[in-house]
Unconditional design. Sequence first.
Length: 418
Amino acid sequence: MEAGMSRIDAVFRIKKAGLAFGSFSYEQSFPIVNYDGSSYSGFSQYGEIASLSAGYPVLKNLSVGVGLRNVNERFFVADSNSYEDSVSCADMGMFFRHRGFRAAWRAANFGEAKIWGDEALPSYGGVSIGYSGDRLKAGISVGADQLTGISRFGAEYALNRWLSLRLGLESYDEVDASHSFGFTVSYGAFAFDFATAAQADLGSRVMTALRYNWGRKKLSKVESAAPRAEKAPARIEKAAPAAPQQQSPAPSALERRKRRLPAEIESFDGKPAEKAKLPEVPEGERINIAVTDFEARAPLSQSEAAFISDFVRSDIVKTGRFNVIEKNNMDKVLAEQGFQQTGCSSAECAVAIGKVLNVKFMAVGSCGQLLGKYIITMNIVDVQSAKIIFSDDVSVANPDDLRNKITELIGNFLGSLK
């Protein structure tokens, strides 16, 4: 038997939604061998599967998706006759994420579509759980189709920013488990995937893929924060529909905010301020600190999150209390050590980067939109103790007030220092 497969996929993000297109083709042939050892094509099968999928976040950590597939198959037999049939089917799934935890549910061909009259397409239902860290990703899934139960395990570990290793294990009822191994080599927006899998009934298979990630711009230079402060609100406004005007906080929340702020900061009265002022800080030895690129949450992009990081970095510099690592120097040092700082929002990642940069504090965080408000969360991690010494968030409905809110966030951090 001879067999081959090819596949091409494209994934797009449109505001909060995700859209994917795919095309998968396969072929296999079974030659007929004569008594004299000669052979000729006895049976051949060709197929194409075209798919369209869409996903949308219905809650902060929960997304749902649906997919449509069209399966077209052709058979050729020894007498040169050909036969063709096609059918469409639907898939659906749910995906939950919270920090490093992942969970998913999937149902493939839940309508049990049939081809060639009464031959049912494979139907599958199952659940998966996994972990996604800065370097290690692992998951396990359990499910079943019409014939047997299926269990899978997979793990991936990033040795550095260019090379990742993968391994997997797949088990069916009453069938010996099969294993797989693979690796990914990344360079810029390109990635090359290689995988080999050994199965009891199909023998060994080798698969390769070439991927390209487009549409995401990584900022490599940090210019002065003032020009970006003027452009950021307009860019962020394009990422989501216009939000309603900011509402004044409830009196109880406002009183709690007043108690948290130091005396030098003017209390926030719920109205946008024309100019926010940083508190005066005592003279003394400056502390080494670095600010990573904040993690972008939908619908914001990583480029827009980089603006937020620049504002945070600029306000920390203005306090005169810290030695802030310049971003270009930080990127250069991390690149030499094989670190990828984009999306680093965990304390574990902050400690690893902080040790490389030889700083006392690391500022990490995320930014996104929820219920019409832009939300910025910031954590300050003590590199030596690996503890989060400060954690706070601010929200704003009007993008024009975003800059002042970041200044307020830095003021809260200064007020927490003894």
